[in-house]
Design a protein around this ligand. Structure first.
Ligand SMILES: [Zn+2]
Length: 321
């Protein structure tokens, strides 16, 4: 089990950096003087792919859809242990569970299993998120990485265009500290240097990290935002941001990479290249209600209405792939 966890940590850590692994150590950065994003493709050819992330999402150009509800499983359970690591590129948290955290529904055909979460931030509060909304940048972005349970091995998932799902959450600055993040922020002083890790004494539930509403989100097909930039990710960007104080975000900027202070770690936006971006308007359940209340004459009629609606939504979900 330990071997498998280590393998998962390594492979999925590719999404946004990974811990040091000797000869496998990733060599890239965000500033000139190191392998900065403009030059990633010289060492990682797949970073010049056609369908890369992040992107700028223009709300007036998205296609509005009404997908089935996203379903979350085991998100109210505290992990048995939580390890926080400065891998030199980001802060990554590995949460260990006796039963896996899963998501399904929405645009997702199979179920996806949680692997890790990590953050991207900018040099100041005016920028830092990777995806932009209407060319607007948020000061920080959280990525929760999930892998497709149809594939036995997470390394295989990284070779499939439906291999990963990343839930992306934006942050906005408020005066008050967000207490959910207190333990994470307080631990950053213990992982100031790259490759340092520590355990969180208590940890947190995945639910506590999600925005209040998970109904409204943008979704599109893209890539890992760090080398090797594999185009294997279904992105789900929640519209409603999470609140964090300036001091809490600032604590992330104080961390060190191998090249100096890790003041920012966001890849610039990439070409959309004609990709569709969908916006889930939400209200799937409430839209279902009138159909049931319309009360077709027979119970069979009720079922057929639901089936037709669900098939329609399933079709939309399939079109996303
Ligand atoms: Zn990321």
């Amino acid at each position: 089990m330990l071997v498998k966890l280590a393998a998962v940590f390594w492979t999925v850590g590719l999404t946004c950096g990974s811990p040091s692994h000797g000869e496998n150590e990733q060599s890239f950065g965000y500033d000139s003087g190191e392998l900065d994003p403009l030059h990633w493709a010289t060492e990682y050819k797949t970073c010049s792919g056609k369908y890369q992330s992040p992107i700028d999402i223009e709300e007036n150009l998205v296609t509005k859809v009404n997908l089935p509800l996203l379903r979350f499983h085991n998100i109210d359970t505290l992990p048995t242990s939580t390890i926080i690591t400065n891998n030199g590129h980001t802060v990554v948290l590995q949460l260990n569970y006796t039963a896996p955290v899963m998501i399904s529904g929405g645009p997702l055909t199979p179920a996806y299993k949680f692997n890790q979460l990590h953050f991207h931030w900018g040099v100041n509060d005016s920028l830092g998120s990777e995806d932009l909304i209407n060319n607007h940048s948020y000061p920080m972005e959280l990525h929760m990485v999930f892998s497709n349970t149809d594939y036995d091995d997470d390394k295989i998932a990284l070779t499939k265009n439906d291999g990963l799902v990343v839930l992306a959450m934006f942050f906005e600055i408020t005066k008050e500290d967000n207490l959910v993040y207190s333990e994470i922020v307080d631990s950053l002083a213990q992982i100031n240097m790259p490759d340092q890790s520590t355990h969180l004494p208590v940890g947190f539930t995945i639910r506590s990290m999600l925005p209040v509403s998970t109904e409204h989100y943008f979704t599109y097909k893209g890539s890992l935002t760090t080398p090797p930039c594999l185009e294997v990710v279904q992105w789900i960007d929640f519209k409603h941001p999470i609140k964090l104080s300036h001091n809490q975000v600032q604590a992330f900027r104080m961390l060190r990479s191998k090249h100096g202070q890790l003041t920012h770690n966001s890849r610039p936006v990439q070409e959309l290249s004609g990709r569709p971006v969908w916006y889930n308007v939400g209200g799937f359940a409430s839209l279902n209600t009138p159909i049931i209340e319309r009360s077709c004459a027979s119970p069979f009629g009720l079922v057929m209405s639901d089936i037709i609606l669900l098939l329609g939504c399933k079709l939309v979900a399939l079109m996303l792939f």
